[in-house]
Design a protein around this ligand. Structure first.
Ligand code: PLP
Length: 315
């Protein structure tokens, strides 16, 4: 897929190839940055692009910056305005988007440097992948999820993602699509970049937020939607590894993974090795909420072209 025309760097719209940071910056050297991955959903009938749960992502971005003790906090309002400006500048219409908003330490020095803080935003077209629709296989990783008192996954810090990288690379080398982490207590945690749900006897179950997971916005969305769609209260609790083999259905969820069926774990089929009925219903309902075709939960969608934002599309 061709590169977009523009990126946004430190508040300015710049040509894609000019979006560079210095190699001596802490952001580059130590991964001293925090980020949010978001999605834009195109609705062809409304001819509108919706950013999904922007406010919640921006709240988390502010939290991550505060947690990492950045000298200055780039506010939700600034990042939202600059993101809308960039989508409009690229005139993205007709396809779903993946957006990365990163607040990074542009200052030079060691890992303790706290500023100045820059803002980098990229937006790229990202159609829904076949694996989201068709499902994936997973390996219970021999890599442990980093514990909260070492590198908290609750904070969306760039450097954390090398833990997920090790598990992903190992899983793919071993013939799986992705990985499931256990945490330092030996309980199921999450995937490298997504949360995990399983269904047992009609009840969706997911590891609690004290399982060394990111407090995922999609997880929250799914927890709410499960009650709406099935009239069943989902359960948040510790999940044992052995329960994975007892699951009738399983799925991952996250901004990038949306609702992705898990077909097998450690070469054992989940259910009959195809997408489960509850997962399928939930997936359909989730897609319809994201692009607005369900007409429900308008509060979760920020329209880009009908927005009251004052920013102008660049020519
Ligand atoms: C480690 C991790 N867990 C879970 C998720 C899902 O979080 P969200 O639904 O907020 O995108 C992500 C990001 O997508 C992630 O990076």
């Amino acid at each position: 897929m061709a590169s977009p025309k523009y990126a946004s760097l430190d508040g300015e719209i710049v040509a894609w190839n000019d979006a560079r940071v210095h190699i001596a910056s802490a952001g580059f050297k130590f991964g001293t940055g925090v980020f949010e991955g978001l999605r834009g959903y195109w609705n062809a009938d409304a001819k509108e692009m919706y950013l999904f749960r922007m406010a919640e992502h921006m709240k988390r971005l502010e939290f991550s910056q505060r947690f990492m003790r950045f000298d200055e906090i780039i506010t939700a309002e600034t990042v939202t305005e600059k993101t809308i400006e960039l989508v409009q500048a690229n005139s993205f219409k007709g396809e779903n988007l993946h957006i990365m908003t990163t607040a990074y330490v542009s200052g030079m020095g060691g890992p303790g440097v706290c500023g100045p803080v820059g803002l980098a935003i990229t937006v790229q077209e990202r159609p829904r992948s076949d694996r989201v629709i068709g499902g994936v296989t997973a390996q219970v990783s021999s890599w442990m999820r980093v514990p909260d008192n070492a590198m908290p996954m609750r904070v969306k810090c760039n450097a954390n993602y090398n833990n997920g990288r090790l598990a992903t690379v190992q899983a793919v080398a071993d013939g799986y699509d992705t990985a499931i982490f256990l945490n330092s207590r030996g309980k199921v945690s999450e995937g490298p970049g997504m949360c995990f749900f399983m269904v047992r006897d009609g009840v969706p179950i997911t590891p609690s937020v004290t399982s060394d997971i990111l407090e995922s916005i999609t997880r929250e969305t799914v927890l709410e939607m499960i009650e709406e769609v099935f009239g069943v209260k989902p359960v948040e609790r510790d999940v044992d590894r052995s329960e994975l083999m007892a699951a009738d259905e399983a799925f991952f969820c996250g901004t990038a993974w949306e609702v992705t069926p898990v077909l097998g774990i450690d070469r054992v089929n989940i259910g009959d090795g195809a997408i489960g009925p509850m997962t399928k219903r939930l997936q359909d309902a989730f897609f319809a909420v994201c692009d607005g075709s369900s007409g429900t939960h308008a509060e979760w969608r920020l329209p880009i072209y009908g927005t009251a934002a004052t920013v102008k599309a660049a020519e």
